[in-house]
Design a protein around this ligand. Structure first.
Ligand code: NAD
Length: 488
């Protein structure tokens, strides 16, 4: 699949010479290949607080992943700072609540003119005193915002909320204020390919693992996520996807996003089961051949996921060929776009059955071979959150998928099973190639990053969600949309 025209270097050169009122997107820093232990090599991280175990876990996670860490906390805890300095980091004391404080600390760290991307990790503090509107905690948001807006392209701003903000009205107000800040900040940062997220940290290690992923080039097209990092019953969050020997099913994987996910999982060592309808056999054979040519393991099972017999055929094939399943990417999906006035019963039912009903059928059929700690990824859509003209059937199905992920997460929590939904925005695939050009251009302008995503972006996210690094995430919906303007 080709990149978007606005990222073509020749077109960009031409447009930069002509004074047209066109905003060109920033090329995103992505990463291909198998996950390495130092995904953040060649980047910097700036940590604004180092006072407790959560701060330390966040700083250490990005340091272990290869980022050069600077602590800018003037009141930081010296033992903790010492651990980061021992790991090769540095301390430049400054206060985050002063606009410009962090920037001057970055300058003092000797990194002026350094164009390496920066991950700015800011632990949102609990306000002192009674002024809920203007205090050092809300001022600090402006401080980090000033700094984030001046950072090199492809930087990150990660806002972290800890235990100290839960359980009372002042903490609740600060949490809501931070959400509002984040939702606007990511829209401003997108043009330079930078992103902003909010992490609600219930478990320090899970939060650190999540921060390391969001800081990495694997999360280039994600922005504006509001996630809870919780304690996992399936073991602590660990580095990298670690999928060696895992058996993972990807439905609808002959082409597009599904094929990209299958290829990505195989690259991480998974034994991938590729499902698609029989008519897609040629495309599926191509995907299987590409995986095998790179030394990966893949099998194709032709079946319609929207039927009971199709779901059973998939489960039977995997039971016979592998005897277990460690992860399921419920990806198969279709569109039958019509306005309500023109929507036939067949178009309505087909979309609901393939996009949503099929997930039950496949999951139920796989139940006897589903392994403890298995992770399910359910493909939703931004249209399941925001809705879209002419897509009532599609958004009905994709909205139900989000709720299904939450319910499976609840049901499976005690058994260490996880379920999360991905809501892609505008991704370049055969499905979106059918959109009229004007709609495609409008969709790009609606993203903070002014560009479409690639199947690889969704594949990287799916890979993270079935892997050990995301063990603290379940029952959540992760948009993969370049920071789209609409939807909550
Ligand atoms: P695609 O049309 O390129 O690929 C979908 C695949 O699913 C095809 O290979 C198709 O043959 C297969 N499929 C369809 N019905 C099936 C069935 N009954 N049984 C088995 N396989 C079946 O689509 P894509 O763009 O790669 O989308 C993949 C998923 O991501 C879908 O669920 C889609 O709704 C979702 N999504 C895509 C976008 C985007 O921008 N491309 C955005 C939001 C959500």
């Amino acid at each position: 699949m080709q990149d978007d025209w606005s990222l073509n270097p020749n077109v960009r050169k031409l447009l930069q010479r002509v004074p047209l009122p066109i905003s060109l997107p920033t090329p995103l820093r992505r990463s291909a290949g198998r996950t390495t232990p130092n995904e953040l090599h060649g980047t910097r991280a700036v940590v604004t607080h180092l006072r407790d175990a959560l701060d330390l876990a966040l700083a250490q996670a990005v340091q272990h992943a290869g980022a050069a860490v600077t602590v800018v906390d003037a009141m930081g805890e010296t033992t903790l700072t010492g651990r980061i300095v021992d790991g090769g980091g540095q301390l430049v004391p400054a206060t985050a609540d002063l606009p410009g404080g962090i920037l001057s600390a970055i300058a003092q760290s000797g990194a002026t003119g350094d164009r390496r991307p920066v991950t700015l990790i800011h632990r949102v503090t609990r306000p002192h005193g009674n002024d809920v509107a203007v205090n050092e905690s809300t001022d600090a948001l402006l401080g980090v915002g000033h700094a984030a807006a001046s950072l090199p392209p492809n930087s990150r701003l990660l806002l972290v909320l800890g235990h100290d903000l839960r359980g009372d009205s002042l903490g609740g107000l600060m949490t809501a204020a931070t959400q509002g800040f984040m939702r606007s900040a990511f829209k401003e940062l997108g043009k330079s390919g930078s992103t902003c997220h909010l992490i609600r940290a219930e478990d320090a290690q899970s939060a650190g693992a999540l921060a390391a992923f969001l800081a990495s080039p694997r999360a280039a097209f994600l922005s504006g996520l509001d996630l809870v990092a919780q304690k996992s019953l399936a073991g602590d969050a660990a580095e990298g996807p670690a999928l060696d020997g895992k058996v993972i099913l990807v439905t609808g994987a002959a082409r597009g996003i599904g094929a990209a996910i299958a290829e990505r999982l195989a690259l991480e060592g998974a034994h991938v089961w590729i499902n698609d309808i029989a008519q897609s056999e040629a495309a599926a054979a191509d995907t299987v051949a590409q995986i095998r040519a790179r030394g990966g393991r893949a099998e194709f099972v032709a079946a319609d996921v929207g039927t009971l017999s199709g779901a059973q055929a998939i489960a039977d094939a995997i039971a016979k060929g592998a005897g277990r399943v460690d992860g399921v990417i419920h990806n198969a999906g279709i569109t039958r776009d019509r306005t309500l006035r023109k929507m036939s019963v067949a178009q309505w039912r087909q979309v609901l059955q393939v996009n949503f009903g099929a997930m039950y059928l496949v999951q139920n059929a796989l139940a006897p071979i589903l392994q403890p700690g298995a992770s399910m990824v359910l493909m939703s859509s931004v249209m399941g959150i925001a809705g879209n003209f002419g897509q009532t059937n599609y958004s009905t199905s994709k909205s139900a998928v989000i709720e299904l992920a939450k319910q499976w997460a609840c049901d499976g929590y005690g058994r260490g099973l996880r379920a999360n939904a991905i809501a892609p925005g505008f991704i370049l695939t055969d499905m979106t190639a059918q959109m009229p050009v004007i709609n495609r251009e409008m969709a790009k302008q609606l993203t903070a990053m002014l560009q479409p995503g690639l199947p690889l972006d969704v594949a990287d996210l799916a890979c993270f969600l079935v892997g050990a690094q995301s063990r603290g995430l379940t029952g959540q919906v992760l948009r993969c949309d370049g920071g789209m303007a609409f939807g909550a």
